[in-house]
Design a protein around this ligand. Structure first.
Ligand SMILES: NC(=O)c1ccc[n+]([C@@H]2O[C@H](COP(=O)([O-])OP(=O)(O)OC[C@H]3O[C@@H](n4cnc5c(N)ncnc54)[C@H](O)[C@@H]3O)[C@@H](O)[C@H]2O)c1
Length: 266
């Protein structure tokens, strides 16, 4: 029996990286999906890959109306919503407060927080009524940067610490009807980009020079993860059987990065 048979889930940022790996896993577990992407090209790719098991909405997580459209189109097509997965995000490429011009810092902060935090807040808000009806759940992609340092600059680390607080406070507020959990990924080889206001819209984490070795070196398990390495944790949290008693939980999938290095390791 598949874990997510006949469950309906939404995933934001579904055209690449962790979002795409979770989409594949959920489809393999029997789910139907509403997916949010930014471009027509991404929508076509997902429609070709998943066919009638998905409905794709083009939009921006920073707009409440796009989040509403996403939820409406999903519920209209599949009749209900069981799980909302907030995942779309950007990185700050270690931009430093010390060396970034103040105006750029302000616009970079606003863009990064609007996508990484406001996007989750608006997605949660738009999906609340449908999830209350189904007694469903939400899952948000957090990060090792929700707990510890080394995986981003102050802006990114602050945004992912904020995501942790948001998950916990929303879980408390939404109980007993809706479970709210998170997955804190560590260094993952994805095309994660950065704020356009910092000139980083075309940056790509997985093709950055030496990134795989750098993540491996700073991670106790000694390798950089792939998006699919995290996907089963989302399936566990979404499962009404396996995740039944879990809310406010953020599961670390970080290769032990938050543990720091042993004295015998460099
Ligand atoms: N890659 C890592 O090392 C890592 C580690 C921990 C957490 N994360 C988190 O994982 C999540 C997914 O990132 P990823 O690494 O898979 O990278 P990714 O770039 O493959 O995925 C992010 C997705 O978000 C989408 N997106 C960006 N801005 C958007 C907006 N305004 N509206 C709608 N969609 C938007 C992008 O189009 C992209 O598909 C992010 O929240 C990221 O912070 C990544």
């Amino acid at each position: 029996m598949m874990k997510l048979q006949d469950q309906v889930a939404i995933i934001t940022g579904a055209s690449s990286g962790i979002g795409l790996a979770v989409a594949k896993r959920f489809i393999n577990e029997g789910a139907k999906l509403g997916l949010l992407v930014r471009t027509e090209k991404d929508a076509e790719m997902l429609n070709e890959t998943f066919g009638d098991k998905v409905i794709v909405t083009i939009g921006d997580v920073r707009n409440y109306s796009d989040n509403e459209k996403l939820v409406e189109s999903t519920v209209n097509k599949f009749g209900k919503l069981d799980c909302f997965i907030g995942n779309a995000g950007i990185w700050d490429y270690m931009s430093a407060v010390n060396t970034t011009d103040a105006k750029l810092l302000e616009s970079g902060y606003r863009e990064l927080f609007d996508i990484n935090l406001l996007g989750y807040v608006l997605g949660a808000k738009a999906s609340l009524a449908a999830l209350k009806e189904s007694k469903g759940s939400m899952i948000f992609t957090a990060s090792s940067s929700s707990y510890s340092l080394g995986g981003g600059g102050p802006l990114y680390v602050a945004s992912k610490h904020a995501v942790l607080g948001f998950i916990r406070a929303l879980a408390w507020e939404s109980a007993p009807d809706i479970r709210v959990n998170g997955v804190a990924a560590g260094g993952t080889l994805t095309p994660l980009s950065g704020p356009s206001s910092l000139g980083l819209e075309d940056a790509n984490l997985e093709t950055s020079d030496g990134i795989e070795e750098m993540i491996g070196a700073m991670t106790p398990l000694k390798f950089a993860s792939k998006p699919e390495d995290h996907a089963g944790i989302f399936a566990l949290l979404a499962s009404r059987e396996d995740g039944k008693y879990m809310t406010g939980a953020v599961i670390l999938s970080d290769g032990g990065i938050g543990l720091g290095m042993r004295p015998d390791q460099k």
